[in-house]
Write a protein that binds this ligand. Structure first.
Ligand code: NDP
Length: 515
């Protein structure tokens, strides 16, 4: 997309003269501009979204699903341009961009079909004898205007991807993408315009971190994906207005390799899931624990393959395996963690340093051995193409070390014994675990996935992945409505005694366990 086109899009999304330059992260070249909206402009966008929302809600699930399906077809028809934009502004390989399209197309189809089922009214027969004959309904009602704040590592999945269920629930959405990767979100907005989607139900509130701060003050609910540090700030700000938030934050995902694992598969998976997207994936493998008998063989396999990976400027399908680091600050963290590990006794068996190429920032695919928990790389989120591999005596030690973390996002276990794998999985303190693969539970859209501990609050996917974009509305219709209920004033001794007798009769006996 040309700079001129981007500026046109920037204006149509509310920007005046102020824009932020966007570069190709693998080459450093200028590829466009994103809007840099101020507080007043965010207020204007929010007002437009608020005005558009009731008609969007009134369109119903079927009408909204039609829009989602039309957008899905548009994204696929424009896939080359979309993947190119993602790859350019992020610096990632074509295949990593294609994975974003794959997830998003599937999510558009999934939420288009499932939203109605997950949000349909539910009727209940009340348990309380006070409510005999009453009709109780649980209803999901969209908040109104939802703010989605997204990171730079997945400009499509973790940005517009999180807007899909919010839109399907009947909300209007203001999406604040990262200031360094706004072009993909603007392209999606262009797609919605081209397919004739109702105006102003999806608006890109692009700008700096300050734009995100303003956005929180104007919306009815915030879904945030990004660092734990920023997530805490957002939660604190939202507390001022009691605005609901869900947070998808950082991680330091462990992989456990048992002595009975298929080592070939485990090594291939370890390499792919630690390096894919340049290691800049929240649910990437960040640390591996390998049982003693297979440690040497596993390290040798992973290191040998890491040395063959092709890193460089993405030039279309199949051109490279690993792209650039998107942010200079992130590359500094990766460098610091590797240096710290080496100073404390770790050995580099592949890569280990920056790999400067033209205007992009690259870090070599790096494998470390002889690591331990005194090292930052095992305790903090590194978010780069690194894999530290630690030797453990047995699975008990592996589980204990996997759980020795402030984070709890995803995790994985490799063993040929699937029952054992499931038992180990049940003991890992994380929001998700995969046995004999990694990360793929992100594609199981039927099941909630989210972080525990400092990795987040709430989840995406499954019923709660869309119910979170609604508030519940409890409606009770009283069927028997005599002039006076036993609860009404004035209190009298007889009624109180009769109610007391009922309480004793109903709840004073039974429920004891047999010895
Ligand atoms: P940041 O927390 O730096 O930024 C995320 C978004 O928040 C950006 O749009 C940013 O804008 C904005 N922002 C920054 N400060 C504020 C603020 N005070 N108020 C409102 N918005 C603000 O995260 P990164 O972009 O660096 O993303 C990487 C992080 O995201 C990693 O920690 C990774 O683990 C996590 N992540 C988690 C996922 C999950 O599902 N759990 C998935 C993907 C990533 P700007 O960029 O303009 O500063």
């Amino acid at each position: 997309m040309s700079t001129v086109e981007q500026e046109t899009q920037a204006r149509s999304n509310g920007a005046g003269a102020k824009t932020i330059p966007v570069t190709n992260k693998a080459t450093g070249e200028l590829i466009g501009h994103g809007p840099d909206l101020d507080r007043e402009q965010i207020g204007e966008l929010a007002a437009r979204a608020r005005k558009a929302q009731p008609a969007w809600d009134a369109l119903g699930f079927g009408g909204r699903a039609e829009v989602m399906n039309a957008l899905r077809r548009w994204l696929v028809a424009n896939s080359d341009r979309l993947i190119q934009t993602i790859s350019d502004e992020n610096g990632k390989a074509w295949e990593d961009g294609q994975l974003e399209l794959f997830y998003t197309a599937d999510a558009l189809s999934f939420w288009g079909k499932r939203a109605k089922k997950y949000l349909k009214d539910q009727s209940f027969h009340p348990h309380s004898p006070f409510l005999i004959g009453s009709k109780v309904i649980l209803r999901y009602r969209p908040y109104g205007v939802v703010g989605v704040i997204g990171p730079w590592n997945y400009p499509l999945i973790n940005n517009f991807g999180d807007a899909i269920p919010a839109l399907m629930a009947g909300n209007a959405v203001l999406l604040k993408p990262s200031s360094i990767t706004p072009l993909t979100s603007l392209l999606v907005a262009e797609g919605l315009r081209e397919i004739g989607a109702p105006e102003d139900v999806f608006l890109v509130a692009a700008g700096s971190g300050g734009t995100g701060t303003a956005l929180i003050d104007y919306v009815d609910m915030v879904h945030f994906t990004g660092s734990t540090e920023t997530g805490k700030k957002i939660m604190a700000q939202a507390a001022e207005t009691v605005t609901p938030v869900t947070l998808e934050l950082g991680g330091n995902d462990p992989m456990i390799v048992c002595a009975d694992a298929d080592l070939e598969r485990a090594a291939n998976a370890a390499l792919f899931y630690s390096m894919q997207n340049g290691g800049q994936t929240c649910i990437s493998v960040e640390r591996a624990y390998v049982e003693e008998p297979v440690y040497e063989e596993f390290v040798a396999k992973v290191a040998e393959r890491a040395r063959t990976l092709r890193q460089g400027v993405p030039a279309g399908p199949g051109s490279i395996d690993i792209g650039a680091m998107t942010m200079a600050d992130q590359a500094d963290i990766v460098e610091r963690h590797v240096r710290d590990a080496v100073e404390k006794g770790a050995k580099v068996v592949a890569g280990g340093s920056r790999n400067e190429r033209g205007g992009g920032i690259f870090f070599q695919p790096t494998i470390l051995r002889d690591v331990d928990h005194s090292m930052e790389i095992m305790k903090e989120e590194t978010f780069g193409p690194t894999l530290p591999i630690m030797r453990v005596r047995n699975t008990e030690e592996a589980i204990q070390l996997a759980n020795d973390s402030q984070f709890g996002l995803d995790s994985s276990v490799f063993t040929k014994d699937r029952d054992k794998g499931e038992q180990i999985a049940r003991r890992i303190e994380a929001g998700a675990t995969v046995v004999n693969d990694c990360m793929t539970n992100y594609f199981a859209t039927e099941v909630p996935i989210g972080g525990i501990k400092q990795s987040g609050l709430g989840a995406r996917h499954g019923p709660m992945g869309i119910q979170k974009y609604c508030h519940t509305h409890n409606i009770l219709v009283t069927r028997f409505a005599p002039k006076r209920s036993p609860l009404f004033f004035p209190h009298d001794k007889l009624t109180t005694k009769v109610i007391g007798g009922f309480i004793k009769l109903l709840y004073g006996r039974g429920g004891r366990r047999k010895a």
